[in-house]
Write a protein that binds this ligand. Structure first.
Ligand SMILES: Nc1ncnc2c1ncn2[C@@H]1O[C@H](COP(=O)(O)OP(=O)(O)OP(=O)(O)O)[C@@H](O)[C@H]1O
Length: 245
């Protein structure tokens, strides 16, 4: 069970965005993609969801080639995409409502409690803080039963403190809720803190320049503080490849 990208290339409107991206993401892992701005990280997630077709190479998930829109992935795009006229309850069960599936209200209440949202279940998105909105968007993504989660900068718009709390909270989720996750982030520390693996991509046209495995015995902020040399190493890699120096 894995996502296998082999020699993936993509050119859109004469612009070469990806060039020879090769990587295997094993089921059960949490992988971050980090790259200079505009390198093609979001594009790579859109390829997995089938929103964009590839120009060359192949993308295979659990033995099946990805050739178009598919239900293998649950995708949280950069914008939270909450529907402003639906309350928290209605937003998080959107997938089930669209698919005319029954909703187990007790399960929903348990999840809302876990996500710190149970007191806000009847609130509209505009009545929520940025951190709450992101938790609603994340919960809705996780309510989709797909095996793989694709998260594009889920904490990007949050202040540093809220972002840190969200990272701690994400790590504390019960193992049963965790799924194979591909996270796009600009934040090197976030990638180190949350991931089993970090794929560092080059500037556009993007390819993998470094594949870093992280297997700490305990993943906490004390351990993270010892990772300053790795943070510097990744920063140097991105800087060497960035247009802005
Ligand atoms: N549909 C499209 N048609 C043409 N060019 C596109 C399209 N989508 C993205 N691009 C271009 O592809 C490049 C990569 O975009 P993408 O959003 O994937 O980068 P990113 O690494 O996620 O960027 P950022 O770090 O700024 O979020 C950009 O130069 C963008 O202009």
């Amino acid at each position: 069970m894995a996502i296998t990208l082999e020699h993936v290339g993509l050119t859109l409107d004469d612009l070469e965005i990806l060039n020879d991206v090769t990587a295997t993401i094993n089921a059960g892992s949490f992988v971050s993609l980090i790259a200079p701005s505009g390198a093609g990280k979001s594009t790579l997630l859109k390829i997995l969801t089938g929103l964009l077709p590839i120009s060359t190479g192949s993308v295979v998930v659990d033995g099946q080639p990805i050739t178009g829109l598919n239900t293998t992935f649950s995708y949280l795009p950069q914008e939270d995409m909450l529907l402003p006229w639906l309350n928290v309850d209605q937003n998080i069960t959107l997938y089930q409502r669209i698919n005319h599936q029954a909703v187990d209200q007790d399960h929903v209440t348990d999840l809302l409690t876990l996500f710190g949202l149970v007191a806000y279940r009847h609130f509209l998105p505009r009545q929520l803080s940025g951190g709450m909105r992101q938790r609603v968007a994340l919960l809705r993504t996780m309510m989709n039963p797909a095996n793989y989660l694709l998260l594009d900068e889920p904490f990007g718009a949050l202040d540093a403190m809220t972002r840190g709390l969200m990272q701690d909270w994400l790590l504390s989720l019960p193992t049963a809720l965790k799924r194979t996750t591909v996270l796009v982030t600009h934040d090197i520390e976030e990638a180190i803190y949350l991931s089993d693996r970090i794929l560092v991509l080059s500037a556009r046209p993007a390819h993998v320049v470094q594949d870093i495995s992280l297997t700490p015995a305990t993943r906490d902020r004390e351990w993270l503080a010892t990772q300053a040399p790795l943070k510097t190493e990744i920063y140097q890699l991105l800087r060497e490849d960035s247009d802005v120096k």
